[in-house]
Each structure stands twice: as structure tokens, then as C-alpha cells.
Write a protein that binds this ligand. Structure first.
Ligand SMILES: Cc1cc2nc3c(=O)[nH]c(=O)nc-3n(C[C@H](O)[C@H](O)[C@H](O)COP(=O)(O)O)c2cc1C
Length: 304
């Protein structure tokens, strides 16, 4: 009898402790920083390492995640790179395009984090199958990889060369032991880039350029940091020619507003500091709020 009382008291106190721990709310997943409906994490992983990083990025971003599944799964012997294995043969064959088993819908995403392991210094050939199969133009691709030790640089250069129309950011190599902080920094750095924040330093003062989301801006971002000697024109604008051409999406805005940042043609960056009606056509890149009159002189502007 005495034991029964002790047992009941124990269960009672245990219940009290459990109730006390709850606050009546749903558990909060602290990893999710925001919900990204326009971002997809897309990855290929033969042995699960890249998959782990992909899942952590997806959790951080609160975004969809899809695996690129090869039609013919890579078995252990296919990956034995000290032998004449299937992976080695594919990497050595410029025409190899291993088939993808699953259909992937990339249409609703603007930003795609693309993950893969490094094979012989570059991306596995199945990533080229992916680029051949779907239209990534107009989207921002953010590559990430895992590897024994190789960096991501060669694979990114190879992908950019493979399809010159794509916007592919520099990306990052991860090791499986990388901390949450490393993942968070990667996501934040790239979210900022894609969210389009840029600074212009004019006469020692910092201005924020609110950037458009377009390929012109994505390509311009790759040139940063950049210092331009900008020439005065017509008492309303400063302009400078860039070293390389940018993609364009030209239209006639009818009216220029002070603070507009435009591309004239495909390589002339213009910052307007007065409003006026125009018959000229430009590609809009962004806008600086509260831009003062920049005066009569040529000026140096730093973009970061
Ligand atoms: C065929 C093959 C080639 C590889 N080549 C490299 C390489 O050049 N440099 C490197 O650091 N790691 C290399 N690795 C190691 C993988 O990049 C590494 O194990 C990666 O994390 C595996 O990712 P996964 O588990 O997502 O497939 C290679 C692995 C294989 C199977």
C-alpha cells in the first residue's frame, strides 16, 4: 500500500514537471530564419555528405529541397576512384550525361542553391545533364559542394563556361563538420546578395542602392567592389563605361527620377541626380533615396 502511494506521488510530480516545462505553444524551430518560397535547394549526393549540407541549408532558409536522383544509382564500386570506375569514366568522357530519374520543377524558383560533390576537381557530369534538361536562365544559381579537400572554384568556372547565359554566383565548399554558424553565414551572405543591397560611396558618404532583381544587377554584383570615375553630363547625371558588357532589358521609362541608377546601352552606368522627362531607353538597375545634387564636377564613386 505504502509503495502504491509513493508511486502515485512520483507519477503526480512527474506530470507536474512535464506540464511546467510546456508553455502551451507549438514548439518553435529556431533554425528556420524565414520562409523562402522562391528559393530551392537542389542537390546531387552519391554518398550522403552533400545531402547533409543541403538539408541544413534548407532548414536554415525554410525553403524547398529536391534531390537530383540518378537513373542508375552509384554503387560503391562505381565510386571507387582508384579503379577504372563508372564515376571516373564519366568524368573523363566530355559527352557523358548520366540520366536523371526524377522530374524537377524549377519554374517557380528565382534562386537555386545547387549542391554536388567534387569529382576530380569539378562537378559530376550529372550536373551538366541537369543544366541541359531545364531552363535556368533568369534564375540565380548559388553553388555549394563537399569534397575531400578541393575547393569549389574550378567547378563554378566550368559551369559558367558550359552555359554562359546563366547567373552562377561564386558559391562555397563545405566540410561535413562545418558549424551552424558557417551555414548561417553562407545563407545570409547570399540572401543579402540576392536580396539586392548595395552601397555607393559618394564624396565620402554611404548611400544604399535599392537594386532591381534582374540579370543586369546579378552581373554587376560580380564586378564588386568597384571604383568608377564618373563623368558629369547635362547637369543631371554622372556616367561611366564599365570594363565589360552587362545583360540588358531596355525600356523607355518616360521619366527619370533623381536617384535612378540605370544602364545605358550595355556598358554605361548612369546615376541621375535630377528628375526629368526622357525619350531615351535604359535598363533599370536600382534607385538611391535622398540622393543630393552631385554638382558640376566629375566624381569618383565606389560600389560595394
Ligand atoms: C569519383 C570521385 C572523385 C573525387 N574527386 C575528388 C577531388 O578531386 N577532390 C576532392 O577533394 N575530393 C574528391 N572526391 C571526394 C568527394 O568529393 C567527397 O567525398 C564528397 O564529400 C562526397 O560527397 P557525397 O557524399 O555527397 O557524394 C571524389 C570522390 C569520388 C567518388
Amino acid at each position: 500500500m505504502k509503495r502504491k502511494v509513493v508511486l502515485s506521488l512520483f507519477v503526480f510530480f512527474l506530470l507536474l514537471i512535464l506540464i511546467g516545462c510546456g508553455n502551451g505553444k507549438e514548439p518553435v524551430n529556431t533554425n528556420v530564419t524565414k520562409s523562402n518560397n522562391d528559393t530551392l535547394i537542389l542537390y546531387f549526393s552519391a554518398t550522403g555528405t552533400t545531402k547533409k549540407i543541403a538539408e541544413r541549408i534548407s532548414t536554415k532558409l525554410g525553403s524547398d529541397i529536391v534531390e537530383i536522383i540518378p537513373k542508375e544509382k552509384y554503387k560503391d564500386e562505381d565510386l571507387d576512384y582508384n579503379s577504372d570506375c563508372r564515376a571516373n569514366r564519366e568524368q573523363n568522357d566530355s559527352k557523358a550525361r548520366p540520366e536523371i530519374k526524377n522530374k524537377i520543377d524549377i519554374s517557380k524558383y528565382d534562386t537555386i542553391y545547387l549542391g554536388y560533390p567534387i569529382w576530380w576537381g569539378t562537378n559530376p557530369k550529372i550536373i551538366l545533364t541537369l543544366l541541359d534538361s531545364y531552363d535556368f536562365t533568369g534564375k540565380t544559381i548559388i553553388p555549394f559542394c563537399t569534397s575531400g579537400s578541393s575547393g569549389i572554384g574550378q567547378s563554378v568556372a566550368d559551369l559558367r563556361k558550359y552555359n554562359k547565359n546563366l547567373t552562377i554566383l561564386d558559391g562555397k565548399r563545405f566540410s561535413v563538420n562545418d558549424s551552424d554558424e558557417v551555414i548561417k553565414k553562407f545563407v545570409n551572405d547570399n540572401t543579402n546578395e540576392v536580396d539586392n543591397n548595395m552601397k555607393a560611396i559618394i564624396n565620402g558618404k554611404e548611400y544604399e542602392i535599392k537594386l532591381e532583381k534582374n540579370e543586369t544587377v546579378n552581373s554587376f554584383i560580380k564586378m564588386l567592389p568597384l571604383q568608377l570615375d564618373m563623368k558629369e553630363l547635362n547637369g543631371n547625371e554622372k556616367y561611366a563605361y564599365l570594363d565589360s558588357k552587362l545583360p540588358t532589358n531596355v525600356f523607355n521609362p518616360k521619366r527619370i527620377n533623381a536617384g535612378d541608377v540605370m544602364l545605358y546601352g550595355d556598358d554605361c552606368l548612369v546615376i541621375f541626380y535630377k528628375s526629368f522627362d526622357t525619350s531615351y531607353s535604359y535598363t533599370k538597375m536600382g534607385h538611391i533615396d535622398n540622393l543630393p545634387n552631385l554638382g558640376k564636377d566629375n566624381i569618383t564613386i565606389k560600389f560595394e
